[in-house]
Design a binder for this molecule. Structure first.
Ligand code: PYC
Length: 330
């Protein structure tokens, strides 16, 4: 039976008809975000980490319907706007992608803030978002420009080597930037966009090596982001990077949580001082600016700035007759 012939089951219905799901799409330095502003699943008014688990358990078809083709794409990060439990926050947000749920997402945070500005829910100035991994303070600077302070970030292990299937050895640091990263500094690659297929193949192979060799984050946490980094030869930025995301796609932006993980490693090594400006260039050319401050517990609070642009304001339709209404799955 081909995928086209697989009947869609009732449990796959992502939203009860005739609910309208309203979304605002944007991109942050090239990386897309789809914010669900109305009609998303009701997850109750419990802490956001619990709501994320309920989303995963009871409404995963909604995640797939929003992010997978034909409605979404593997590069897309979804952001469900919810009411915060902390009334000092402007909104609560749960991030998700083509394979699951993210604790935090830097480019999507910038996209969410630009979206809230577009909706007239915030103006220029400071604000706060509640996420499943903590409260994120932001400053909306106007014209889509956003600066946010990430959750506390830290390096977990330094100079960890793994061996790829082709015999190459690469070496890097394991760090928490709001997601778990393997920040690879010895990789033998040149990080240019024309080498996209090679960079994807190498980072996917590194990801397999991490699994094969049992290399994890703290308490056995899966390292689901791989970041290759090198000094930026153009001099426009301090470093340029290439980031493989959990679902096998690459981050078009310089990756907010990846830049945070990089900053934590640089700060631990004394290569960047608290408050010193750092620029990271992504693989398609976008730039994030960042800096760190000590968090008082041995880690670092990164501040990241970048720009997002709204690309669409849409109503999503989930036709019960559409066999692919909850996405195309492999
Ligand atoms: O900007 O943190 C980020 C991010 C993670 C995955 C895609 N973008």
């Amino acid at each position: 039976m081909s995928l086209r012939e697989v009947p869609a089951s009732a449990s796959d219905t992502p939203t009860p008809s005739p609910t309208l799901v309203r979304a605002i799409d944007s991109h942050t330095e090239g990386e897309p975000t789809r914010v669900i502003v109305a009609g998303g699943p009701d997850l109750g008014h419990v802490p956001l980490a619990e709501r994320r688990e309920r989303f995963r358990r009871e409404h995963d078809a909604f995640r797939r319907a929003v992010t997978l083709e034909p409605r979404g794409s593997d590069a897309l990060v979804g952001a469900l706007l919810v009411a915060p439990t902390d009334s000092s926050c402007d909104a609560g947000v749960i991030y998700f992608n083509n394979v699951g749920y993210l604790g935090m997402c830097g480019h999507a945070t910038i996209g969410v803030v630009a979206t809230l500005a577009r909706m007239g829910r915030i103006g220029v100035g400071p604000g706060k978002l509640e996420t499943p991994v903590g409260i994120v303070a932001f400053d909306y600077l106007g014209d889509g420009r956003v600066r946010f302070s990430n959750v506390p970030c830290r390096r977990f292990r330094k100079d960890v080597a793994v061996t790829l299937e082709d015999g190459r050895t690469v070496s890097g640091d394991i760090a928490w930037g709001g997601n778990w990263f393997y920040v690879v500094h010895e990789h033998g690659e040149t990080l240019t966009f024309d080498r996209l297929e090679t960079l994807l193949a190498t980072t996917r192979s590194i990801r397999r090596a991490l699994v094969r060799e049992g290399v994890t984050g703290d308490a056995g946490a899966e390292i689901d982001h791989v970041e290759l980094a090198e000094p930026d030869p153009s001099g426009v930025a301090h470093k340029r990077n290439f980031v493989l995301c959990p679902g096998g796609e690459y981050d078009r932006s310089p990756c907010g949580t990846g830049t945070s993980a990089t900053l934590a490693c640089l700060a631990d090594d004394g290569k960047i001082a608290p408050g010193e400006l750092f620029r990271q260039r992504g693989i398609v050319g976008g730039i994030f600016e960042g800096s760190v401050q000590p968090d008082g517990a041995g880690g670092w609070i990164p501040t990241i700035a970048g720009s997002a642009f709204v690309t669409a304001e849409t109503t999503l339709h989930f036709d019960p007759l559409d066999p692919f209404r909850t996405g195309i799955r492999s």
